[in-house]
Write a protein that binds this ligand. Structure first.
Ligand code: 6PG
Length: 250
């Protein structure tokens, strides 16, 4: 199932996404006793993380029932400015999240493939799932979209796009000239809830192609995000949605 929510600007997207996360978390904790969320990297969610860091003032939530994961990571140490874990660390410390409930991808490992294998083992441990079985089901996966249509670290024409068995892979991304570690379509599409946050005019064209254009997931990896039984909600600001028809659902 796919839905599109439009907001006036990036701030409104961030506020709505923070509120939405709290609501999804509350429901997951009420029904399953905990909330497992995979955070996104990049710049878009940073304001959302700032808002969530203040959540104890406005959100009734048992933060000690929340397990934090990442959908992807750069091949850097956790204190590196490019670290996706690092981008959320202020949030985690403000919420006083216990270290055992923070499951970061070991971007510092010299071998990204090994980091992928280790992360899959960590997922299997936390979800008590067989490491070579079906991917575990996240309560919520947060994703962004790059101006080239990538999501997580699933970049155009990269080998990770065709992965159908492993949940996490470390791979060299030719167009970046760097290694990345990323969740793969099989695990992303097992999630109960997926939120794709896209803001900014620079993404309007590729967003239109991704949503309305031909299906070309090799060129537009974000098109691979299609939860099997879960719900995908695109959260867009007006600038990013500028090339979408305003008068009909897409
Ligand atoms: C990353 C993210 C990546 C990001 C998009 C959008 O590690 O960078 O996982 O997929 O979500 O590149 O990035 P911005 O939010 O900075 O536009």
């Amino acid at each position: 199932m796919r839905a599109i929510r439009r907001y006036p600007d990036a701030e409104a997207v961030s506020r709505a996404a923070a509120q939405d996360l709290v609501e999804v978390a509350r429901a997951a904790i009420a029904t399953r006793g905990r909330f497992c969320v995979a955070l996104s990297g990049g710049s878009t969610p940073r304001r959302m993380y700032e808002i969530l860091a203040e959540a104890p003032r406005w959100a009734r939530l048992e933060w000690d029932r929340v397990e934090f994961f990442w959908g992807d990571e750069r091949a850097v140490p956790p204190d590196h400015p490019e670290s996706n874990y690092g981008a959320a660390s202020a949030l985690l410390s403000k919420l006083a999240i216990a270290p055992e409930r923070v499951h970061r991808i070991l971007g510092e490992l010299p071998d990204a493939e090994e980091a992928g294998v280790r992360y899959q083992a960590e997922l299997a441990r936390v979800f008590a799932a067989p490491v070579d079985g079906l991917p575990p089901i996240f309560d919520l996966v947060l994703l962004g979209m790059g101006p080239d249509g990538h999501t997580a670290s699933l970049f155009p024409y990269s080998q990770a796009l065709t992965e159908r068995r492993r949940w996490v892979v470390g791979h060299h991304v030719a167009r970046l000239g760097k290694a990345r570690i990323t969740m793969t379509p099989p695990i992303l599409n097992r999630a109960a809830e997926v939120r794709l946050l896209v803001t900014g005019a620079d993404k309007a064209g590729v967003l239109r192609e991704a949503l309305l254009g031909a299906r070309e997931p090799e060129r537009l990896p974000v098109q691979l995000v299609a939860p099997e039984a879960g719900r995908l909600v695109w959260m867009l600001d007006r600038a990013a949605a500028a090339e979408l028809p305003a008068d009909r659902p897409v």
